[in-house]
Design a protein around this ligand. Structure first.
Ligand SMILES: Cc1cc2nc3c(=O)[nH]c(=O)nc-3n(C[C@H](O)[C@H](O)[C@H](O)COP(=O)(O)OP(=O)(O)OC[C@H]3O[C@@H](n4cnc5c(N)ncnc54)[C@H](O)[C@@H]3O)c2cc1C
Length: 411
């Protein structure tokens, strides 16, 4: 008899760690649209050049052994009745006996006019490359004798959303730009704003870590605009509203970190969902309607997890271990497990010199936290082999940021 076909869709935290856990368990195929995994928590350090692409975006070929087949393609259809998946670049659909859905979310522009068209997303390696290029180009346009007030207007960058992502990104951008000002002997200073609808930054986090985040935003001279709603975005600016007053701001770039939603592919699937469109799953990670389909990560609501874990890599990573075990249990006729997931701690990169870490209920910040974050994340990368290579590279070669040098003399 042929082995049961296990098909994993999505090669992010949920998909890759499930595949690693299923190595050797049967006929396993992983489908993803990129050729690499991405350790998203360090995309900020990639933007600043503190880490290199190979550190945080290893190719699947490096991570998976020959027992897992990798298919690089875009999933365009999932037929739950026929148990098959169709791909953009292959006429033949993939059949499965067990399906693991780990396709993650996409940027949620919340219907804001012009947001999808004119803001820069920050979810992928090429997004970070695009933002870095935009910052360099904006700096390259500033002559050294430009008056400070004009420089400030030309070098205004806005980040939408002051969740962890928006705070990490804005502090990183501000530090990089200020460093570039010194190197290029420009007058005045750049302006980086973070715009948040809610009444505080990092709304999903506790007060102890928020204190460090607020301090770091101040140290990086990021302007924080809470209770402020973005109304529209255009090619060269954005309009926002605060307490009934609207303001238009010219910007060199607007970066969108305002949350995620389901892709239309997943929206179309006829399975049980919550009002936000997330899949409702059993504590075994199975869909209530299909015992042979597991869903995890950003697309699913796990019924027994700390609420702060929703939409995090931490949760997807922990669920992947359960997914692997339960797929094996299902195939061998054993009882499936359930698990309670707790928060493992928080670690935010705040600018190029500091971080904030919450571990064991205690928060700490500064350069020590930055080192702790690097150490912690070395241990979270996939596979021992990759961890060792990256850990050695960070230890021996260092993690110094790469300055925003003029185009043409970029390293
Ligand atoms: C910049 C950034 C920083 C973050 N920092 C943190 C952090 O510090 N801590 C934390 O806990 N969480 C963090 N997160 C959130 C975390 O990345 C997600 O919660 C986590 O990645 C979810 O895992 P997932 O497997 O559900 O989806 P993902 O990791 O998003 O993986 C989905 C995969 O599916 C692929 N895919 C999607 N659609 C298709 C398709 N149609 N066909 C083929 N392939 C497809 C994608 O390319 C991707 O590889 C961050 C997210 C971002 C964007």
């Amino acid at each position: 008899m042929s082995e049961p076909r296990i098909l994993i869709l999505g090669g992010g935290f949920g998909g890759v760690f499930t595949a690693l856990n299923l190595t050797g368990a049967g006929d396993v195929t992983l489908v993803s649209d990129e050729d690499h995994f991405l350790f998203t928590p360090m995309l900020y350090e990639y933007l600043s050049g503190e880490v290199e692409e190979w550190h945080i975006a290893p190719k699947y070929g490096e991570l998976l052994d020959e027992t897992v087949r990798f298919v690089q393609d875009q999933v365009v259809g999932i037929d739950l009745d026929a148990q098959s998946v169709s791909l953009a670049n292959d006429n033949q659909s993939l059949k499965y006996d067990v399906l693991v859905l780990a396709l993650g979310g996409i940027s949620n522009y919340a219907g804001v006019e012009g947001a999808e068209q004119f803001t820069l997303p920050f979810r992928k390696i090429h997004h970070a490359d695009g933002l870095r290029k935009r910052m360099v180009e904006a700096l390259d346009h500033i002559p050294p004798d430009m008056p400070p007030q004009d420089v400030r207007r030309e070098l205004t960058f806005a980040v939408v959303g002051a969740g962890a992502s928006g705070c990490e990104l804005s502090t990183k951008m501000a530090d990089l730009l200020r460093d570039a000002f010194k190197r290029r002997a420009l007058r005045g200073e750049p302006r980086v704003l973070v715009v948040e609808m809610g009444n505080k930054v990092v709304p999903g986090m506790g007060d102890p870590i928020r204190e460090f985040v607020e301090k770091a935003l101040g140290q990086s001279r990021v302007e924080v605009h809470t209770l402020t709603r973005v109304i529209s975005v255009t090619k060269d600016g954005l309009t926002f509203e605060h307490q009934g007053t609207r303001e238009h701001l010219k910007t060199a770039a607007v970066v969108w970190t305002g949350g995620v939603k389901m892709s239309s592919l997943l929206e179309q699937l006829n399975v049980e969902k919550n009002p936000r469109g997330l899949f409702l799953i059993k504590p075994t990670l199975q869909l209530s309607s299909h015992d042979n389909i597991f869903a995890l990560g950003d697309i699913a609501v796990y019924p027994d997890a700390a609420p702060t874990l929703a939409g995090t890599a931490q949760l997807a990573f922990q669920e992947a271990s359960l997914a692997g075990d339960n797929v094996k249990a299902l195939l061998s006729g054993k009882e499936l497990r359930t698990k309670h997931f707790e928060e493992l701690g928080e670690a935010l990169s705040l600018g190029t010199e500091r971080a904030a870490v919450l571990a064991g209920g205690k928060a700490f910040g500064g350069s020590l936290a930055r080192q702790a974050r690097f150490a912690l994340y070395t241990s979270r990368l996939p596979t021992w082999h990759h961890r060792l290579r990256v850990g050695a590279s960070w230890f021996f070669d260092g993690t110094t940021p790469r300055p925003l040098l003029p185009l043409g003399i970029q390293r």
